[in-house]
Design a protein around this ligand. Structure first.
Ligand code: 4AZ
Length: 391
C-alpha cells in the first residue's frame, strides 16, 4: 500500500503514511449485548448469509433425474431457468424436497448452469438480490462491525475490514520472513477470493489463510484464526504473461465462524459503472515499490479511472475485465503483497462489495500508472460455479 502523508495520530485510530488504518478495541466485542447478538441463530449457524427468513439459496441440492431423463439437482423453482413443470405430463415426478422444508423441482444441470444470467447468479451469493435490502441491516455480507452492533450496544468506534484475508506460508512466519505473500477476501465461511497469480505453483498444503488479523507483529492478539487450505481453484484461463483472468478461490478445510473480526464482503452487482468514483484498497503489502511490507493492515482511498484513459496509459492490454484505480497525481496505490486483496466499494445502502482483486501494476504509486484490478462482476458465474454450486 503506498501513500504520501506521514504518521499523525495514534489513539485507537491509527494513521500510517497517509493511510488511515483503523482499529477496534477487541474488548468492545466482548460485552454481553454483543455476545447475545453473535449467539443468535442467523449469525452462528448459517453458512451463507441470507438477509430475511424467506431467503432461498440458488444452490444445487440432492441429485435427481429431471425431464427427458436428464441428470439434475433439486433446486428452488425460481432458480431453475426453464419451467420444469410446464409441458411435462407427470408434473409430480419432478418435484423434490429441499432440506425437509421447501418443495423444489428437479432442474437439469446443463440448463441450470448454461442458462443462468447475472441477476439469477447473483442470488447464489451472500450479496444476492434481496440481500441488498436496506431495511435489514443487521446481518449479511459487507456490513462493517460498527453497523452490525445492536442499538444500545457498545459499537466499535471505527471501521475495520473483517473480510481481509492474508495468505501465508507457516514456514515463512516461523523464520521471521515477510509475514504474508498475498491478500484475499472472505466471501463465504469456506471461500476466499484472491488472485490466480498469487497461487501459481503453490500447493494447498504449503499455505494457510489468516482471518481476523490486523497487526502481524502482535502475536498475543487472539482474534485471528489460521485456516488450512483444502483446495486452490485458479481460473482455468489465467494467462501468466498478461494476467488476464487473474482470479482464484481458496477453499478452507473447515468453515470459519463469523464474528466481529471475521465477516464476509458482498460480491458486486453486475455492470455498475464505477468510473470516477472512489474505492478503497487494503492490505499488508509493500509501502512503496521494493520497500518494506507493513505489519499493520493499511488502507487507501483511490479513484477509479475511466477505462479508456487507463488503457492509453499502458502498452499492455487492459480489458473490460479490469478496473484501474490509483491517485491521478500518483502516491496512492496498492503494491506488491497487496495482490489478491479486494478493491472495496460502498453501495448506497452501506454495504461493501469487492469490485476488484489487486492484480498488477507498473511500480507502485507512479503518476500515470494506476493499479490494475480484476473486475469481479465479470467473474460471478465462475465464482458461483467454484464455490457454492460445487458443494
Ligand atoms: C504486485 O507485484 C503488484 N501498483 C500489485 C499491485 C500493483 C503493483 C504490483 C499496483 O503484486
Amino acid at each position: 500500500m503506498q501513500s504520501t502523508v506521514f504518521l499523525l495520530v495514534l489513539i485507537n485510530v491509527f494513521i500510517f503514511t497517509g493511510t488511515i488504518v483503523i482499529r477496534t478495541d477487541p474488548q468492545t466485542a466482548q460485552n454481553d449485548l454483543d455476545r447475545d447478538f453473535w449467539n443468535r441463530d442467523h449469525v452462528r449457524r448459517k453458512r451463507y448469509l441470507g438477509l430475511n427468513k424467506k431467503f432461498k439459496l440458488n444452490k444445487r441440492y440432492q441429485e435427481c433425474v429431471g425431464p427427458g431423463d436428464a441428470k439434475g439437482h433439486c433446486k428452488h423453482l425460481t432458480f431453475c431457468p426453464i419451467d420444469v413443470l410446464t409441458g411435462t405430463r407427470n408434473t409430480l415426478e419432478y418435484l423434490c424436497v429441499i432440506e425437509k422444508t421447501f418443495v423444489g423441482v428437479c432442474c437439469p444441470d446443463d440448463v441450470a448452469l448454461g442458462g443462468m444470467i447475472g441477476s439469477q447468479l447473483i442470488m447464489d451469493l451472500p450479496a444476492g438480490g434481496e440481500d441488498y435490502d436496506i431495511k435489514d441491516n443487521l446481518t449479511g455480507c459487507g456490513v462493517p462491525s460498527e453497523a452490525r452492533a445492536i442499538p444500545g450496544g457498545v459499537a466499535p468506534r471505527v471501521q475495520e475490514w473483517p473480510w481481509l484475508a492474508a495468505l501465508f506460508r507457516p514456514q515463512d512466519l516461523a523464520e521471521g520472513l515477510e509475514q504474508q505473500f498475498c491478500g484475499g477476501a472472505v466471501i463465504t465461511d469456506l471461500h476466499i477470493l484472491t488472485a490466480a497469480h498469487c497461487l501459481q505453483g503453490v500447493s494447498a498444503q504449503e499455505i494457510r489463510v489468516r482471518l481476523g488479523e490486523y497487526d502481524f507483529s502482535k502475536s498475543n492478539e487472539t482474534r485471528f484464526r489460521d485456516h488450512a487450505v483444502a483446495e486452490i481453484i485458479n481460473h482455468e484461463d489465467f494467462v501468466s504473461g498478461t494476467y488476464e483472468n487473474d482470479i482464484a478461490v481458496v477453499k478452507l478445510t473447515q468453515p470459519t465462524t463469523f464474528n466481529s473480526y471475521i465477516w464476509p464482503i458482498c460480491l458486486p452487482p453486475i455492470d455498475l459503472n464505477y468510473e470516477n468514483e472512489n474505492a478503497i484498497v487494503a492490505g499488508w503489502g509493500k509501502q512503496y515499490f521494493a520497500g518494506p511490507e507493513s505489519e499493520v493492515l493499511l488502507q487507501i482511498t483511490v479513484p477509479i479511472w475511466e477505462l479508456s484513459k487507463c488503457s492509453q496509459s499502458f502498452l499492455q492490454r487492459i480489458t473490460d475485465s479490469n478496473i484501474c484505480a490509483g491517485a491521478y497525481e500518483g502516491g496512492k496505490d496498492s503494491c506488491q503483497g497487496d495482490s489478491g486483496g479486494p478493491l472495496m466499494y460502498q453501495l448506497e445502502n452501506g454495504r461493501w462489495v469487492a469490485i476488484g482483486v489487486v492484480s498488477w501494476g507498473i511500480g507502485c504509486g507512479d503518476k500515470g500508472n494506476p493499479g490494475i484490478y480484476t473486475r469481479v462482476d465479470k467473474f460471478i458465474p465462475w465464482i458461483i460455479k467454484n464455490t457454492i454450486a460445487k458443494e
